[in-house]
Design a protein around this ligand. Structure first.
Ligand code: ADP
Length: 495
C-alpha cells in the first residue's frame, strides 16, 4: 500500500498521508500491516493506514532519543517556541482541510471541527509563548552556597490520545511537551488516525528537527501497550477510559516507573437550582450533554434539577433537545452527527436498554436515528435514581439522566456520590450559592452558569478516578519538566 492517497470530502480534495511518521518521514510499519478507518456517517471505509506495532514504537523511541540527545538539545528555548508558533500558523493555514478530515473520520460536525482546529492552533501557539519562560529559582540556603533549581526536560514522552478530539488532543499533548524541550512518540486512536497524520506533515514543514515528534497509528493493545511499558520512554501521558488508564499506570510501574499523567472518564453533575435563569440553564444543559454527541469526558451526563423548577425545566429541556438537528456532519445546520464507531453505538444503546430496565422514564429519544451511520437520537431519562447504572457509569453518548433534588445539601451529596471527579456545573443567580457549592464539589473543573467551556490557558484534569495531573495552562508544564537542585559551594572544604 502506498504512503499517501487522494481523499475527496464533501468540502475538499486533499492528499492524505498514510504512513507512520518517524524522523520527519512517512514510512510503512515493520510488519507491513495496515488497518481501515471507517466514516461513521456512511459506515464505509475511508481508507487504510499503515499500522505501527511494538517494533515501530521501538524505532520511533530510538529516533526520539537520538533527537533529544542530539540536535534538539542545542535548539534554544526561543527557537522551540518559534517552531511551535510556526506549526500553529500552518494548522490555521490548513484549517479547512483539517476540519473536513475530522468531520469525515470522527463524525463531528464541520462547524465544531473548525472550533477544534482553531483551539489546536491556539494551544500550540500558547505553548510556543511559554517555551522561553520556563525557569527555576535561586534559593538562599546559607552564605557559602549558591543554590538554584533548573526545570529540565524529562526526555522521551509517550503520548496516547483518544478519538473524540483527535487534532485537539494531538495539540494538547505535543504543545507543552515540546515547549519544555522533550521529544515525543504519540499514538493516535485507531478509530481516527487521519488528522494526526495530516498534521504530522506540518511538523516537517514547520522545520522541527527529525525525531522530535513521531506519530504512530495503531491499536491500544499493541502500539499503546508498547509505549506504556517501554523501558526508554521517560514519561507517558494518556487520555482515554479509566479502565485503560489503570493499565497504563500498571505498565509504567512494572517497567521503568515512567512519570504518568492520566486524563480519564467522568460522570459529571450539572446542577440547576430553582433560582437559575431557566433559558440559559436549558441552553447550557443541552450543550453540556449533547455537544460532540455526548462523547466528551466532562459531559454533563447527570442533570440534577431542584424540585421547585423540575417540572417546568424538564418539559422545556425536552423541547430544546428535540430541536437538535441530527444528520450529515458536513451540513452547516447539523448539531449532532453519528457516534464514532459501531462499537460505541452498541455500547450507548446497551445503556439506553439498561435505563429502561432499571425503571427510569424514557422522556425523549432512545432509538437509532436514520438507517445509515451510527446516529443515536438525543435521549433524556427522567425519574432517575442515583443508584441506576445510567446515573453511575460513563455512557459517552447523547444520553442524559435527570435526577430531582430538594436542597443544596442533597445536590452536593448526589453530585459527589461518584468515583469520578472530572467536572461539574452549577446554574444559579445567587453568587453565594454558586461559590459555596463550587467549593464543596469534588471536581477538577466547575462551570458556573455555563458548561463544557475549556480554555487552553486554564488547567484541566480530574479529582478521584478521573485522572492524575493537569493538562493545559502553565500547570501542564509541570508534567513535562523535572526539577534539578544545584548546590554550588563558594567556600573550601568542610573539614
Ligand atoms: P475508548 O474505549 O473510548 O476507545 P480507550 O481508553 O480504549 O477509549 O482508548 C483511548 C486510547 O488508548 C486509544 O488511543 C487506544 O488505542 C489506547 N489504548 C487502548 N487500550 C490500551 C492499552 N491496553 N494500552 C495502551 N493504550 C491503549
Amino acid at each position: 500500500m502506498s504512503l499517501s492517497t487522494l481523499i475527496q470530502t464533501p468540502y475538499i480534495r486533499y492528499e492524505q498521508p498514510l504512513g507512520l511518521f518517524i524522523n520527519n518521514e512517512f514510512v510503512k510499519g515493520v510488519e507491513g500491516k495496515t488497518f481501515q478507518t471507517i466514516n461513521p456517517t456512511t459506515e464505509k471505509v475511508i481508507t487504510s493506514v499503515h499500522e505501527g506495532t511494538e517494533k515501530d514504537v521501538d524505532i520511533a523511541v530510538k529516533a526520539a532519543r537520538a533527537a533529544f540527545e542530539g540536535e534538539w538539545h542545542s535548539v534554544t528555548p526561543s527557537e522551540r517556541g518559534r517552531l511551535l508558533v510556526k506549526l500553529a500558523d500552518l494548522i490555521e493555514r490548513d484549517s479547512e482541510t483539517l476540519a473536513a478530515i475530522e468531520a469525515l473520520d470522527n463524525g463531528k460536525t464541520v462547524a465544531m471541527a473548525k472550533i477544534d482546529v482553531e483551539a489546536a492552533a491556539g494551544c500550540l501557539r500558547y505553548y510556543g509563548g511559554w517555551a522561553d519562560k520556563i525557569h527555576g529559582q535561586t534559593i538562599d540556603t546559607n552564605n557559602e552556597t549558591l543554590s538554584y533549581t533548573r526545570h529540565e526536560a524529562i526526555g522521551v514522552c509517550g503520548q496516547i490520545i483518544p478519538w473524540n478530539f483527535p487534532i485537539m488532543m494531538w495539540a494538547w499533548k505535543i504543545g507543552p511537551a515540546v515547549a519544555a524541550g522533550n521529544t515525543v512518540v504519540l499514538k493516535t486512536a485507531e478509530q481516527t488516525p487521519l488528522s494526526g497524520l495530516y498534521a504530522a506533515k506540518l511538523i516537517a514543514e514547520a522545520g522541527f528537527p527529525p525525531g522530535v515528534v513521531n506519530i504512530i497509528s495503531g491499536f491500544g493493545r499493541t502500539a499503546g501497550a508498547a509505549i506504556s511499558s517501554h523501558m526508554d520512554i521517560d514519561k507517558v501521558a494518556f487520555t482515554g477510559s479509566t479502565m485503560v488508564g489503570r493499565l497504563i499506570l500498571q505498565a509504567a510501574a512494572k517497567s521503568n516507573l515512567k512519570k504518568v499523567t492520566l486524563e480519564l472518564g467522568g460522570k459529571s453533575p450539572n446542577i440547576v437550582f430553582d433560582d437559575a435563569d431557566i433559558d440559559n440553564a436549558i441552553s447550557w444543559a443541552n450543550f453540556g450533554i449533547f455537544y460532540t454527541h455526548g462523547q466528551i469526558c466532562c459531559a454533563g451526563s447527570r442533570l440534577l434539577v431542584q424540585e421547585g423548577i423540575y417540572d417546568k425545566f424538564v418539559a422545556r429541556f425536552k423541547e430544546r433537545a428535540a430541536q437538535n438537528k441530527l444528520g450529515d456532519p458536513f451540513n452547516p445546520q447539523t448539531f449532532q452527527g453519528p457516534q464514532v464507531s459501531r462499537l460505541q453505538f452498541n455500547r450507548v444503546m446497551e445503556y439506553i436498554d439498561s435505563g429502561k430496565k432499571d425503571g427510569a422514564q424514557l422522556a425523549l429519544g432512545g432509538h437509532r436515528y436514520g438507517k445509515e451511520g451510527y446516529f443515536i437520537q438525543p435521549t433524556v431519562f427522567t425519574g432517575v435514581d442515583p443508584t441506576m447504572r445510567i446515573a453511575k457509569e460513563e455512557i459517552f453518548g447523547p444520553v442524559v439522566a435527570i435526577i430531582k433534588f430538594k436542597d443544596e445539601a442533597e445536590a452536593i451529596k448526589i453530585g459527589n456520590d461518584s468515583n469520578y471527579g472530572l467536572a461539574a456545573g452549577i446554574h444559579t443567580q445567587n453568587v453565594n450559592t454558586a461559590i459555596r457549592v463550587s467549593n464543596a464539589l469534588q471536581a477538577g473543573t466547575v462551570w458556573i452558569n455555563n458548561y463544557n467551556m475549556i480554555s487552553y490557558q486554564a488547567p484541566f484534569g480530574g479529582f478521584k478516578e478521573s485522572g492524575i495531573g493537569r493538562e493545559l495552562g502553565s500547570y501542564a508544564l509541570e508534567n513535562y519538566t523535572q526539577i534539578k537542585t544545584v548546590h554550588y559551594r563558594l567556600g573550601g572544604a568542610l573539614f
